[in-house]
Design a protein around this ligand. Structure first.
Ligand code: IPE
Ligand code: IPE
Ligand code: MG
Length: 256
């Protein structure tokens, strides 16, 4: 393999996905929106399996945004019910497969029963080392950054932190994703080309991949297309090509 090819084999440790298009998929089939969400869960199951096969270590899934609370109550309730069913149905498989669940987002807005089920699943799967599935629920990037800024302000007021010493790395530890590496590749399905408040801080240098495929139609083959595309990318992190020669260290202090 040439140096050029080797350079393009960017490691893919963390894949993040904005799973969009469930409602449109259902509409196309003449079904209620929730049928699309049901089908979307089947895609999640397939994609998790494939990520394990490919050796991806972190899979972040945008399942419910801070803004999605504004959807009709019936849809919100159906989504929460679907989440509970998903956790119950996947429990054994996650334990057997070494899949660890991590939840990011503002849990205080979730109902007690959902909070409890999530906490139980996180605790039960905590020893999993094969794949960390990061579920973004009641999650918004701005909300997460705001909560982190408030924590920092509290620490500053109490005198437990020296503000001059706060850098990117330290600020990252206040985010919900504190111990999770930044996403390498961010996929969005359904043809929309926007971030919609997902991982605003963390995706600063993520490679973006947009596909018209609706989430319920996404599958292992589509995932491989995205990975193949990612493999052709050249990540520079603001540096020059010369600085990126194989073996050269990236500068300290950034969260690559
Ligand atoms: C994504 O599908 C799932 C959630 C946001 C929960 P949508 O429900 O947004 O589907 P569309 O965008 O209306 O087709
Ligand atoms: C983003 O999808 C949120 C999730 C996939 C959970 P939306 O459907 O809510 O995003 P917009 O409204 O089209 O930007
Ligand atoms: Mg949508």
């Amino acid at each position: 393999m040439s140096d050029q090819q080797q350079q393009n084999m960017a490691p893919l440790e963390h894949l993040a996905i904005i799973m969009d298009g469930n409602g449109r998929w259902a509409k196309n089939q003449g079904l209620p929106r929730i049928a699309g969400h049901h089908q979307g869960v089947q895609t999640v199951i397939q994609v998790v399996d494939e990520c394990v096969k490919v050796g991806i270590r972190y899979l972040s899934l945008f399942a419910f945004s801070s803004e999605n609370w504004g959807r009709p109550q019936q849809e919100v309730e159906a989504l929460m019910e679907l989440l509970l069913q998903f956790l119950a149905s996947q429990r054994q498989k996650m334990l057997d497969g070494g899949i660890r669940l991590r939840v990011i987002g503002d849990r205080s807005r979730l109902t007690e029963s959902v909070r409890q089920a999530l906490a139980d699943a996180e605790k039960e799967t905590a020893a999993g080392t094969t794949l960390t599935m990061v579920l973004a629920l009641s999650y918004g990037g701005r909300d997460e950054i705001l909560r982190a800024a408030k924590k920092l302000a509290e620490q500053a007021v109490s005198g437990s932190v020296d503000l001059q010493s706060i850098d990117n790395k330290q600020f990252s530890t206040l985010l919900d994703t504190q111990d999770i590496p930044e996403p390498d590749l961010l996929i969005r399905t359904s043809g929309e080309q926007r971030i919609s408040n997902f991982l605003l801080w963390q995706a600063a240098y993520a490679e973006l991949y947009f596909t018209d495929v609706l989430w319920p139609d996404f599958n292992a083959q589509e995932l491989h297309k995205a990975i193949e595309d990612y493999r052709q990318r050249k990540r520079r992190f603001g540096l020059t090509d010369d600085q990126l020669q194989p073996g050269r260290q990236l500068p300290e202090g950034e969260n690559h």
